[in-house]
Write a protein that binds this ligand. Structure first.
Ligand SMILES: [Zn+2]
Length: 57
């Protein structure tokens, strides 16, 4: 798919505006999926770990 069936946004439109139409765009538009993969790699997001100044509270 080169166009999101949910919001009718095409890959070219996303490239031009820099915005996706909806969350589904990521999974519906193959080229976008590939582009995202290249940008972020295959790393999975993990929750941020916040290190406190001291480990003892
Ligand atoms: Zn969409």
């Amino acid at each position: 798919m080169n166009k999101c069936p949910y919001c009718d946004t095409s890959y070219n439109e996303i490239l031009q505006t820099g915005f996706v139409g909806c969350q589904r765009c990521y999974s519906e538009i193959d080229s976008l999926k590939e582009a995202i993969k290249q940008m972020y790699g295959d790393k999975k997001h993990k929750g941020k770990k916040i290190k406190g100044e001291s480990g003892i509270i």
